[in-house]
Ligand binder design. Structure first.
Ligand SMILES: [Zn+2]
Length: 249
C-alpha cells in the first residue's frame, strides 16, 4: 500500500485528503457512460485521482473525426472498440485500477445488470435522448448522476442526488421529441467540462467540498466565464417527483 499511496502523494498533501480519503477513492467504483470526448477527460482524471474501479460503457468504434477531442484514443486503434482503447489507456497509465467494460448501447431492457454495484454514474453520452434515459434510470435506482454536456463553446455540469436534488428534467424539461442535431465539439471546452465532472465525482466520493447540488454550472468558453444557476426540485417533474397520489383511489 505504501508504494500505491506514493503515487498519490500530491493528493495527500491537500488539506482534507487523508490516507483514509485516498483509500476510500481506491475502494470506489464509478460507472462512465460514454468513452468519447467527455468520457476521455473523465476517465483520465478518475485514473489519476485513484478511483479503484472504473466501468466503461460505449458501443462505438474509433473514427478519424473523434481525434479533435477524444484524447485517450490513438490513430493506430481506428476501427477498434472505444471501450477497449479506453481500458488500454487506463492500464498503461495506472495499472492498479480495475477496469470493467461493455461494448453495448444501453436501453431500458439491458441497463439493469450494467449499473449493479455502481453508486456513481457519470453521464458522458453525446445525445440528449441517452442523457434523459440515463437520468430516469439514475432516479429510479437512486444512483448519483454527474451530468455534463457541451455544445460548441458552451458546457454545463450538475450533480444529481436522487431524493435530495432535482434531476435533469427539473432543470431542462425533457423534450417531447428529440431532434438528431449534431453540435460542434471543441477539445478545450469538452476537457473543461469533463474535468469538472471528475471533480464532482471526487468530492462526492471523498465527502469533501461542495458538489453542484441543485446548481447548474454553465461555462461559456467564448468569454471564459463560469456561472452557477440555482434550481430546485420541480414537484411536477415527470421523472423525479412522487406523483403516486394522483393515481390514488
Ligand atoms: Zn426531476
Amino acid at each position: 500500500m505504501t508504494s500505491t499511496l506514493e503515487r498519490y502523494r500530491k493528493n495527500l498533501i491537500q488539506e482534507g485528503i487523508s490516507e483514509e480519503t485516498q483509500k476510500k477513492l481506491l475502494n470506489s467504483k464509478v460507472l462512465v457512460m460514454g468513452a468519447g470526448g467527455l468520457g476521455s477527460g473523465v476517465i483520465m482524471n478518475l485514473a489519476a485521482l485513484g478511483v479503484g474501479q472504473i466501468k466503461i460503457i460505449d458501443d462505438g468504434i474509433i473514427e478519424p473525426e473523434n481525434f479533435n477531442r477524444q484524447l485517450i484514443h490513438k490513430i493506430k486503434n481506428i476501427s477498434r472498440a472505444k471501450v477497449i482503447s479506453a481500458k488500454d489507456w487506463i492500464q498503461d497509465f495506472n495499472p492498479d485500477i480495475k477496469v470493467e467494460l461493455d461494448k453495448i448501447k444501453i436501453n431500458e431492457l439491458n441497463y439493469f445488470n450494467i449499473i449493479q454495484g455502481y453508486d456513481v454514474i457519470v453521464d458522458c453520452f453525446d445525445s440528449y435522448e441517452s442523457k434523459y434515459m440515463l437520468n430516469e434510470i439514475a432516479v429510479r435506482h437512486k444512483k448519483i448522476l454527474i451530468h455534463g454536456a457541451t455544445k460548441g463553446f458552451s458546457g454545463q455540469v450538475t450533480t444529481i442526488v436522487p431524493d435530495k436534488t432535482g434531476c435533469l428534467s427539473c432543470v431542462i424539461p425533457k423534450p417531447k421529441l428529440f431532434k438528431n442535431q449534431i453540435f460542434a465539439q471543441l477539445s478545450p471546452i469538452v476537457s473543461t467540462i469533463a474535468s469538472i465532472q471528475a471533480q464532482e465525482v471526487f468530492k462526492v466520493l471523498a465527502g469533501i467540498g461542495e458538489p453542484l447540488l441543485n446548481k447548474l454550472l454553465v461555462f461559456d468558453g467564448f468569454t471564459s466565464q463560469f456561472k452557477t444557476l440555482g434550481f430546485s426540485k420541480n414537484m411536477a417533474c415527470e421523472t423525479c417527483s412522487n406523483n403516486e397520489f394522483i393515481f390514488d383511489n
